[in-house]
Design a protein around this ligand. Structure first.
Ligand code: KG4
Ligand code: ZN
Length: 339
C-alpha cells in the first residue's frame, strides 16, 4: 500500500521538508539554505540558525506539500530529525513536527540525522546489504558497516575534526569563505589535482580518521612561507597560485585518506557487497570519481547520491521514517532532541 511520509530536517543550517511516497519515491524536496546568512560570520552561528529555521519552517513545509500535490490529510507519518545537531535548531523542527502531528492526529517518528545520511543512497538506488558507507560532512566523518534498514554499526570515525571541517578550516587559512569545500575543488582543478606539499595522511593502520594534524601541518607550512602570522592567523600575503596549490594538495590528501581507509575496511569486512559515499563532501566529483575507480578495481559496486541528497535534506529523513514506520518504531509527544 502507498504510504506518504512528510520529512522535516532542521539539524544545522538548512530548513528542509520532503514528501516521500513508499512506492513512487521522492515527490518533493524543497529547502532553504542559510549559507548566505551564515557566510558573513565565517561559520554557523547557532542562535542565528534557530531564528532562521523558525522563520522558514512553515513556508518550507507548505512548499513540500504543494509541490507534491498533497495536503496534510494525505500524509500518513511525520518524520523529523531529532538528533544529533545544534540543539536550538533541532528544537524548532521537533516542536513543529510534534505540534503538527498532534493537531492533524498523525503518527510521529524521531529520526537520527546520521542514519538519514547513511541511507541517502537508497533515494536513487537499491544498495545491497551488507555494505560499507563512508559519511563525510561538515560535522561528521565515519565509516559504517550497514547490514539492513536501521541496522548499522560504526567501524571507524574521526577522533577530532570532520573532513568537511578540514576543508572549511584550511580554506579559511588561505582566505576562502565558508563553506570552502566547493571552492577548494574548483581551485584544485586549476592545478590538475597535483600534490604539491604532501601533507600528512595520519595513521594508516586504523579505521579511525584524524584531520586536526593535517590542519596544523598546513598552518605551520603557511607560516613558514610567510603567508600567515602564527599568533593572529591573519593572512600577510597570499597569491592565487599558492591558494590553488594548497587546495589541490589538501584535496589529494583527503582523497588518499578516504581510499586508504576503504581499502583497510574492505580487508577487515570481506563480505561487503558495495560501498556508498554520502554527506556534503560526497558532492566532490574528484573524490567520488576516485572512489568509483577504486571500487571498480576491487569489483565492488559503488553508489553515491546526487549532490542535493548528499548535503542536508529532508528526503533522507522521510526515507528513514518510511522504514521505521514499517518497523513500528514510532515516537510519542515526549520526543526530545536528546533522545
Ligand atoms: O552534509 P553537509 O551539507 O552539512 C553537514 O551536515 O555538515 O556538509 C557540508 C560540508 C561543508 O564542510 C562543505 O565544505 C563540504 O560539505 N562540501 C564539500 C564540497 N561541497 C560541500 N567538500 C569538498 N568538496 C565539495 N565539492
Ligand atoms: Zn548532515
Amino acid at each position: 500500500m502507498h504510504k506518504l511520509i512528510l520529512g522535516i530536517e532542521t539539524s544545522c543550517d538548512e530548513t528542509a521538508a520532503s514528501v516521500y511516497c513508499s512506492v513512487d519515491g521522492v515527490l518533493s524536496n524543497p529547502l532553504f539554505s542559510q549559507i548566505d546568512i551564515q557566510k558573513q560570520y565565517g561559520g554557523v552561528v547557532p542562535e542565528v540558525a534557530s531564528r532562521s529555521h523558525l522563520e522558514k519552517i512553515t513556508p518550507i513545509v507548505q512548499k513540500a506539500l504543494i509541490k507534491a500535490g498533497k495536503t496534510l490529510n494525505d500524509i500518513d507519518v511525520i518524520a523529523v530529525t531529532s538528533r544529533p545537531g545544534l540543539p536550538g535548531s533541532l528544537l524548532v523542527g521537533v516542536c513543529f513536527a510534534k505540534a503538527l502531528a498532534w493537531s492533524v492526529k498523525k503518527p510521529l517518528i524521531g529520526v537520527n540525522h546520521l542514519e538519514g545520511h547513511v541511507f541517502s543512497s537508497f533515494l536513487q538506488n537499491d544498495v545491497p546489504f551488507p555494505h560499507l558507507c563512508l559519511t563525510a560532512s561538515g560535522g561528521h566523518t565515519a565509516l559504517y558497516l550497514v547490514k539492513g534498514f536501521g541496522d548499522y554499526e560504526v567501524i571507524g570515525k574521526t577522533l577530532d575534526d570532520a573532513a568537511g571541517e578540514a576543508f572549511d578550516k584550511v580554506g579559511k587559512l588561505v582566505g576562502l569563505s565558508y563553506p570552502a569545500g566547493p571552492t577548494i575543488e574548483k581551485l584544485a582543478a586549476k592545478q590538475e589535482f597535483k600534490d604539491f606539499f604532501q601533507y600528512p595522511r595520519g595513521r594508516k593502520e586504523t579505521l579511525n580518521f584524524s584531520f586536526s594534524g593535517l590542519k596544523t601541518a598546513v598552518l605551520y607550512d603557511l607560516v613558514d612561507r610567510g603567508v600567515l602570522d602564527l599568533k593572529t592567523k591573519k593572512i600577510l600575503d597570499i597569491n592565487p597560485t599558492l591558494q590553488e596549490q594548497v587546495a589541490s594538495s589538501l584535496l589529494v590528501c583527503i582523497n588518499d585518506v578516504f581510499i586508504k581507509k576503504l581499502k583497510l575496511a574492505l580487508k577487515a569486512y570481506p563480505d561487503v557487497k558495495a560501498v556508498t559515499f554520502v554527506g556534503g563532501v560526497a558532492c566532490n566529483q574528484f573524490i567520488t570519481d576516485n572512489i568509483a575507480q577504486f571500487c571498480e578495481k576491487q569489483d565492488m559496486e559503488f553508489f553515491s547520491p546526487t549532490p542535493r541528497y548528499c548535503t542536508d535534506n529532508a528526503a533522507m529523513i522521510a526515507f528513514v521514517g518510511n522504514y521505521m514506520a514499517k518497523q513500528h518504531k514510532f515516537s510519542d509527544l515526549t520526543l526530545d532532541i536528546f533522545e
